[in-house]
Each structure stands twice: as C-alpha cells, then as structure tokens.
Ligand binder design. Structure first.
Ligand code: TXE
Length: 488
C-alpha cells in the first residue's frame, strides 16, 4: 500500500484506497491512499513552515546538492527495484525504465553540480560607495504535478532544481502511477532532509491537484500534463499570481527530405513514433516526407512497424508495451477512427491486437495513417498513442509553413544531407527543440520546453534552475546622504 509523506513521516487516512493497475496485464497490483483536502493542506502547511523557518533555504547549497547526490546514489543502488516499479506503473519495457533511471540520475547530478556553484552577481558602479548585488533566492513552496508517462523522470526534472535552489516541495504523481514516486520518497526519507522540505500527496486532479494549484500558500506550480488541464492550472494559479511552469505536450513534426539517409530516417521514425507506445510529449507523431521519397519511405516504415513485437514490459522480447489504461486506449482508437472517417488511409494497425496473450493488457497496434492533410484532426491533435500520420510535401518553404501551422511547438526533427538546409529549417521551426538527423535525445544541460501552447517556462539546463529562483537586487549605499530632491 502506498501512503502519503507529510512533514517527514508516512501517513495514511481512512478514505477508500485507489487501485493501482498494471497496464501490461490489467491486474490490480497495489493500492494507494487517496489524499483528502485536509491531507493536502497539511502537506502544504508542512512545506510552508519548513520554508519559512529558513532551515532549508538558508542551508549551504553544497549541503542541498549532497541530498541530490544521495538520491542519485539511492536510485543507482535500487535500480532494479525502481525499474520493476516503473514498468509495473507504466507498462514500458524494463530497458526503457532503466533508461529513465539513468536520465534521472544524470539530472540529479547535473543540478547538484550547477546548483551548488551559483555565484551572486555584482557589477562595478561609478559611485564607489555603492554596491549592487543580484542574488538568486528560492521561490518558496513549490507544487510539482506530474503525468503518468514518465513518472520518475518528470519528477526528478522538477525536484532536483527545486530542492537545490532551496525551495520546499509538495509532489503529486498522476493517480495512475504512484509507485516510483513513492519509492523516490522512501529514498529521500533515508537522507538527512529536514521534516517538511519534501512532501508527497497521492490522488486525482480533483481535489488533490486543484488544492495545490489554488492554495495561497503555494508559490509556484510546475505542471506537466495535457493541454486542457494545463490551461485550467494556469487560470486557477492566476487567482493569486502564482508562478507557473507548464509542459503540455505537442504534435511534433518529423521532417524527412529526399536526400536523407533513408535507413537511419526510417529507423528513427519508428522510435520517434512508437517508443513507449507513442506516449511521449515529444513523439514524432507527425511524419512529413518529401514527395520523391514518400512512397519508398512509407513502404519501409509500414514493413518495419508491422514487425514491432508487442508484449509485457517484463518480457525481454518485447519492443513496445501497452498504453496506460483501457480508457486511454479507447481514446486513441477514437482518434484513429475519426482520422479514417475524415479521409486518412489506414496503412497499418488501427485496432487492438488479436493475440490471446495480449488481451488482459491495454495494447494497441502500431498504426500508420497515410494520405494525411494538415486540416485533419488526427494531424492537428495530440493522440498520445502508437499512431503516426504521414504527409507528403514538395518544397522546403511549404514544409516549414505547414509544420508551424499548429498550436503546439514542443519538438521536432529534420532529416537531410544538406547542412545549410538543416540549419535554415531548424531556425525556421517554431519549436523548443529541433533534432537534426536524429530524434529524441535530450540532455540535462539543454533547456526543454515548448513554444506556443506546448507550455511556458523551461525544464533542464540553467533556465530549469531559474524557474525555481527569485532574483533579488540588493543595493547598498555606504555613504548615505540626503537626496536634495524636495529641497526648496
Ligand atoms: O492528463 P492530465 P491526462 C496529454 C495526452 C493525454 C492528455 C490527457 O495527450 O491524452 O494529456 O491526459 C493532474 N489541477 N498528456 O488526462 O489531466 C493529474 O492528476 C491540478 C501530455 O492523464 O493533464 C496528473 O497528475 N492537477 C503530457 C496531471 O495533472 C490536475 C503527459 C496530468 O494529468 C488537475 C500526460 C487539476 N484540475 C498527458 N486535473 C505531456 N506533456 O507529456 C488533473 N491534474
């Protein structure tokens, strides 16, 4: 059973337990305490007083960095258990879970490194009696609201910069995936962290997430999730002018010119679209192929996508796991059927698999939709499943214009042997990340986030730390004197 972690100790309550379901089998594998509004308020109050008493925010940053290093060490020590929990939570393969752990460890270590080394900035002024110093201070109590696709990784992207900057936190994983977040708090509990600095609440968006966003005692909300919820979070946070960081997914163009290395581009188009069954905010779900290459490319893509082995994440042979829930599978299928009704041609998939051994889990076949146009809903909306749409284009200007004609702007790729064209297209795309002749890598030092409605603010990199800092200017005059302004 998974409990709440409030003010330095594990808690439970007498609300009904929420079942935790393994998407690979459809079986209930654990139960989680559902936080009440009172529990959320207690967690916020603990974080508030841990912040306001100054114990943590005045701690030497080097000591705070040690906590991140300790957490990274705990993840490395318990990596097999953490990977097992992440696969149980999300259905992704154990290899993917291990990759997420490696990423989380790298991010914790990165922020331990740069967070401890932040120096205040001072500038020389013409008047020697004045010093002007700009310092970074923590924002205060931060609510970290996470989605179900990368529960461990998303939380560490938020928690590492938040804690190293001296904030206190209340974390909320998705109600669908509490296991690795809970484990992360067990690891934090082993470390010498003052009570109230890191708190965990479990439960649904309403009322648990809502309470975090609405509370006047929370100073910042960092949210990763869907666009509809993200807009609601922004609206509710505006009531008390809370600081908000949002990562809201995308509909990411993967653009292939005819001179690209076709084997590499096809192979990467598969990973772009089908890794973690396409439930990736940066999934390359919108493939755009230059006309002369289009048919050859689609044939190769469909041929290879048809061979992707679906299965349980714990089976070594599995290449693609299930989607998160039966409801989400229905939603993905609804998008696909609507796309076909609107004129797309189904080249592969478009339904759950027939295999007996896959009937318990929430599987959906790798799906390729061709003959797609910009105006189809299936091209415009984020599907968040193993579905790729394919469009044909004729010129560089055309593909850039069409790729940018979306409300989203998170990430995308361009495949070409022409370095000048790659640079020009990368510059013209209105996206937070552009990969050239690659897809998906992200790095702890490189800011991650979206243009347009894909979000606001950045995670990772130095700006990912800035999100959790207030900037203060301290102006000191060592020779105070009357200004003379109102004389006479
Ligand atoms: O996300 P929600 P859902 C996209 C994807 C998916 C769609 C909906 O397209 O199909 O979003 O997914 C919490 N106040 N992404 O409904 O609701 C919720 O409990 C505060 C893209 O599962 O956004 C969970 O912890 N919090 C995305 C978190 O918000 C609230 C990853 C995300 O859930 C809340 C996931 C409220 N009123 C889905 N309501 C990405 N950017 O990668 C819910 N929550």
């Amino acid at each position: 059973m998974r409990g709440l972690y409030i003010d330095g100790s594990w808690r439970t309550n007498d609300t009904e337990r929420r079942p935790v379901t393994d998407p690979g089998t459809g079986e209930v594998i654990d139960r989680a305490v559902e936080a009440s509004v009172g529990d959320v308020r207690a967690a916020i109050a603990a974080a508030r007083s841990a912040f306001d008493d100054g114990g943590w925010s005045y701690t030497d940053p080097a000591r705070r960095a040690e906590v991140l290093r300790g957490l990274a060490a705990g993840l490395v020590r318990d990596r097999d258990e953490v990977a097992r929990l992440e696969t149980l939570d999300t259905g992704k393969t154990v290899a993917e879970s291990h990759a997420d752990i490696e990423d989380s460890v790298a991010v914790l270590r990165y922020y331990a490194e740069i967070g401890a080394g932040e120096a205040p900035g001072a500038i020389a002024l013409p008047r020697p009696s004045v010093t002007s110093i700009v310092t970074r201070e923590p924002v205060g109590v931060c609510a970290l609201i996470c989605p179900w696709n990368y529960p461990l990784l998303q939380l560490t992207w938020k928690l590492a910069p938040a804690l190293v900057a001296g904030n206190t936190i209340v974390a909320k994983p998705s109600e669908l995936t509490p296991l690795t977040t809970s484990k992360l708090f067990e690891l934090l509990d082993e470390l010498d962290l003052p009570a109230g600095v890191a708190n965990l609440v479990l439960g649904a968006g309403q009322p648990v997430g809502h309470e975090l966003v609405a509370s006047p005692d929370v100073d910042l909300v960092s949210f990763t999730g869907g666009l509809v919820t993200g807009k609601m979070v922004m609206r509710e946070a505006a009531v008390n002018v809370k600081r908000v960081a949002l990562e809201l997914g995308g509909k990411n163009p993967n653009i292939v010119f005819a001179d690209a290395d076709i084997d590499a581009a096809v192979d990467n188009a598969l990973t772009a679209a089908f890794v973690h069954a396409g439930q990736v905010c940066s999934a390359g779900a919108r493939l755009m192929v230059e006309a002369p290459l289009h048919d050859r490319f689609v044939d190769a893509l469909v041929d290879r996508a048809a061979k992707i082995r679906l299965g349980n994440g714990f089976d070594d042979a599995t290449q693609m796991g299930p989607v998160i829930s039966a409801a989400h599978r229905d939603k993905v299928d609804g998008h696909v059927q609507r796309g076909v009704a609107e004129g797309a041609t189904l080249a592969l998939g478009g339904r759950p698999p027939d295999d007996d051994h896959l009937q318990g889990g929430f599987f959906y076949l790798p799906t390729v939709l061709v003959d797609c146009d910009d105006d189809l809903n299936v091209v415009r909306e984020e599907i968040f499943g193993p579905v790729v749409t394919v469009e044909r284009f004729a010129t560089e200007d055309e593909v850039v214009r069409r790729a940018n004609a979306t409300i989203y702007g998170l990430a995308g790729a361009v495949w070409t042997a022409d370095a000048d064209r790659a640079r020009a297209v990368a510059r013209a795309l209105r996206l937070g990340t552009v990969w050239i002749n690659d897809y998906h890598p992200y790095l702890p030092h490189a800011e991650w986030g979206g243009f347009k409605q894909s979000g606001s603010g950045r995670e990772l990199g130095r700006l990912g730390l800035e999100e959790y800092c207030e900037t203060k200017h301290v102006y000191r005059n060592e020779s105070p004197a009357p200004t003379g302004w109102f004389d006479g």
